[in-house]
Every structure is written in structure tokens, then in C-alpha cells.
Design a protein around this ligand. Structure first.
Ligand code: ZN
Ligand code: ZN
Length: 452
């Protein structure tokens, strides 16, 4: 296999791999960097100049995996794009939302590159999106070579897939983003128990050791008790979430707690895209049976829409629960404005339930000390950080020990590290080198060609 990591900045950003198997040329995922702006947020497609791709594979619909797809497809007018059924239901909605956000940013932030693609372009690409059910083997043919592709349930988020590829007598496996434990809204990963020649593994949480006793059930109970404590002392709580997946998961957890009388009475606010995606989850639940979330959850919780114009000085109400995007509290999102409004009061809580890049406002809040002055620079607001800051181990990504166990079980000849910050990749590389001394472990330099 020839491989080029097209994610120009490394780390977790614009995830995108070019793969060549015999004469078949593939791209796996085509993301947009969550922190960068303009064309620099897209992968570097220069190695694809003059290359006619045979296939694009999408592992799941988070923007760091699909956000640059229309740009790639503009240069590749015939290539088909395969994904799981739930991803096929979500992908257009996610891309249209991204185009709308970029249109707004072009006007508000004067980013002339934006939007990187238009709504029309998404509509034109959509005919090439093809669903492939989990567990079904599908063949693709080049002039000389054949490959077989099978998607496996990857947990993480609705529609997420690990990708198994057979080429000649070789077997490859790409984990994509994976969670081995079950969530309320989506089943656990079901990866094959098999030997693979090459494994490409995510490394998102490889700097984090799950503290003893903090299993999922414990963390769910702790989240509910922190919400109750906050409401009872007259404060409000912000739970920043990705609109896709985390938000529906947290709403389900909160709804379970309320059904069993364990949640204090409080109004619950939810932001736009996440609310809209709840409808998609409802449809996926009914049509694919691979997801578990219905609209009834919103009715049961009587969720309210955030007002369109949010101001940190006049949030809708005290003693409220805000389950809003973005998960990393990036500027110009509801979670950023609400964090700015809540941070200065010790009655309030900022509760994190997923990964935050250290360079995002969410990452900086997590690293800050109580009483430290925190600058919400986009709002020109300085505030002493007095709110409780809590981190719950409810990530949509696998624990590092689980990733090591899976890699060890695969007994691969080569492992390629991806989707992790440099220290996470370093930990995984060292640990795997100790467990699998015969295996070649590669942390690819972006844009370099490797023969794996
Ligand atoms: Zn993801
Ligand atoms: Zn990702």
C-alpha cells in the first residue's frame, strides 16, 4: 500500500489519507480543520494533481472527516463516494450547514476564501454518495486490481465505520474514530477479530489514562449529580457538545435521569444545528435501527431554543441547563457566548464531556485555574474564572488501553498512527513498539509518500 497523509498540519485536523492499492487510487475521509480558517483549513491536495481517483471512503460525518469533500470532488468529477447508511442520511445536512457557517464568516470576519464550496456544489455531489450497509462486502475494480471493502460498526457517532479492505492476499483495517463501549444513542464498536497486515489507528485520547473508578456509568451518575448541585445552588450549567452525536447522547442521559426522578427541575436550552440533527437521529432510528434516539426525548425534556441574539450579560434565565455547540467552545458559537456569561460566577458550572483541542477556548478553560483572569477576546470580555469547571470521562473516543489491545490483537506488520496530537501519537508509538517489536510503526509526516 502507498499512503500519503494529506492532513497538512498533522494532529487532529483535516483528516484525509491518500491510499494506492495496486492500480486503485483511494481517498479515505476529507475533513476540514476545526481551528483554521480559509483554504488553510482544508487538506493539501497537491499530491492528487493529475491523479484520477477510483473511490472516496467516508468513515463518519464529523466535519474533521467530511468538511472538504466538495472541494475534492470538484477536481474529481466522476469518483464515487461510499459511506454507511446513517452517514448517507446525515452528510448533506452537515455539509450544507458548514457552507452556511462559512457564508456568514465571509461577511462577519472578512474571510475572502469562504465559502470553500457552495450549496449548489453539495447538491451536485450528492448523486455520487452511495450507502454501503455495515457488514456487506463490496468489490471495486481498477484496470488490473480488485479490492473488497467492508464497513464495521465503530461506535463513536451514528454511522461511524471502521473500514476493512482486502487487496490480493492482504488485509488492511482503518479504525476511523472509534468507541468500544456502548453509548445511549449508538451501539459499541464491533470490530473484526482477525489478523491484519496493516492497521491505521486513531490515537485521540492516548495522552489520557482513565482514572480508576471513572467508568462510564460512574461518570453519567456524576454528571447528573453535578447538574443537580448547580441548579440547587441557583446556578446554571453549560455542557458544550458537538451538534452531531454528543448532543443527542447528553440529552438521552439527562432524559433518563429525569424519567427516574433523579434530575432537578430546570429549563433546558439546546442550540440550532444539534436540535435539527435530533430529527435526523429520529429518522435514522426508525429506518436503520442502528441508532437509538427519538424526537420524544425533546418533548419529554421540553427543550427550549436559544434566542437568536445571545449576549453573555443577559442569558435567558438563571438555574438553566445549556446543552449547546460547539463542543470546544470555539469563538462565535453559542457555547462561547454562554461560557463567557457563566464563567464569572461561582454558582455556575462549565461541564466538559468530550475532547477539547488545547488551543481552543474550551481547552484553555480546562487548563485555567480558579480565580485566573480569562479573556473571551472575541467578545472583548475579561472575567475572573469563578465557575466550577468539571471534566467528565464520557468521550466518544476509545480509551488508549483499548486501542492498544485492538492493535495487539490484529498482529499487524505495520501500524500507521493518525487522528491524535503529537504527544498522543508518541505514547501510542512507544507503547506499541514495546508490545509488537516486529511491527513497523509509522507516524507519517504530512504529504510524504510511504510504502507500507
Ligand atoms: Zn468523529
Ligand atoms: Zn475525528
Amino acid at each position: 500500500m502507498k499512503l500519503i497523509d494529506l492532513n497538512r498540519d498533522g494532529g487532529i485536523g483535516a483528516n484525509c489519507h491518500y491510499i494506492q492499492l495496486g492500480d486503485l487510487k483511494l481517498v479515505l475521509d476529507c475533513g476540514l480543520h476545526p481551528k483554521k480558517t480559509g483554504r488553510a483549513a482544508a487538506p493539501d491536495f497537491s499530491p492528487l494533481r493529475g491523479v484520477a481517483l477510483d473511490l472516496v471512503i467516508i468513515t463518519h460525518c464529523h466535519l474533521d472527516h467530511i468538511g472538504s469533500l466538495p472541494i475534492l470532488l470538484r477536481e474529481q468529477p466522476r469518483v464515487p463516494v461510499i459511506m454507511t447508511q446513517p452517514s448517507h442520511m446525515l452528510i448533506e445536512r452537515m455539509l450544507h450547514n458548514s457552507a452556511s457557517v462559512m457564508e456568514r464568516q465571509r461577511a462577519e470576519d472578512n474571510i475572502p476564501d469562504y465559502p470553500l464550496f457552495s450549496h449548489d456544489e453539495i447538491d451536485r455531489c450528492a448523486g455520487r454518495f452511495t450507502p454501503l450497509p455495515y457488514g456487506h462486502a463490496k468489490n471495486f475494480h481498477g484496470a488490473h486490481d480488485d479490492i473488497e471493502i467492508i464497513f464495521h460498526q465503530a461506535g463513536h457517532v451514528a454511522g461511524a465505520a471502521g473500514v476493512e479492505i482486502h487487496h490480493k492476499h492482504r488485509k488492511l483495517f482503518f479504525t476511523g474514530d472509534v468507541l468500544f463501549g456502548a453509548q445511549r444513542t449508538c451501539p459499541a464498536a464491533k470490530f473484526p477479530i482477525d489478523r491484519f497486515d496493516t492497521l491505521v489507528t486513531e490515537t485521540t485520547r492516548c495522552t489520557t489514562e482513565r482514572p480508576a473508578g471513572k467508568d462510564r456509568a460512574h461518570e453519567v451518575a456524576r454528571l447528573v449529580s453535578v447538574i443537580n448541585d448547580t441548579i440547587q445552588r441557583g446556578g446554571s450549567m453549560l455542557i458544550p457538545t458537538f451538534a452531531l452525536g454528543r448532543m443527542q447522547e447528553i440529552l438521552s442521559i439527562v432524559n433518563d435521569a429525569r424519567k427516574f426522578g433523579r434530575l432537578a427541575d430546570c429549563p433546558i436550552y439546546v442550540s440550532g444545528l444539534g436540535l435539527d440533527l435530533c430529527d435526523y437521529y429520529d429518522e435514522m432510528t426508525r429506518r436503520t435501527k442502528q441508532v437509538n434516539f427519538t424526537r420524544q426525548t425533546l418533548k419529554d425534556l421540553k427543550v427550549r431554543h436559544l434566542p437568536r441574539k445571545l449576549d453573555p450579560g443577559s442569558l435567558p434565565e438563571a438555574s438553566a441547563l445549556y446543552i449547546v455547540s460547539s463542543g470546544m467552545v470555539v469563538e462565535r458559537t453559542p457555547s462561547y457566548t454562554i461560557a463567557a456569561g457563566l464563567a464569572g460566577n461561582a454558582r455556575n458550572t462549565l461541564g466538559f464531556v468530550g475532547y477539547c483541542d488545547p488551543d481552543t477556548p474550551g481547552g484553555r478553560i480546562l487548563a485555567a485555574k480558579t480565580g485566573e483572569t480569562f479573556l473571551f477576546d472575541e467578545l472583548n470580555l475579561k472575567t475572573k474564572l469563578k465557575a466550577h469547571v468539571e471534566r467528565f470521562e464520557l468521550s466518544g473516543h476509545a480509551d488508549r488501553d483499548e486501542l492498544v489491545d485492538f492493535a495487539t490483537q490484529c498482529q499487524p506488520r505495520a501500524i500507521v498512527l493518525t487522528h491524535g496530537d503529537p504527544p498522543a501519537r508518541a505514547w501510542m508509538g512507544q507503547t506499541l513498539a514495546g508490545k509488537l517489536p516486529q511491527t513497523k510503526i509509522l507516524d507519517p509526516v504530512p504529504l510524504q509518500l510511504y510504502q507500507v
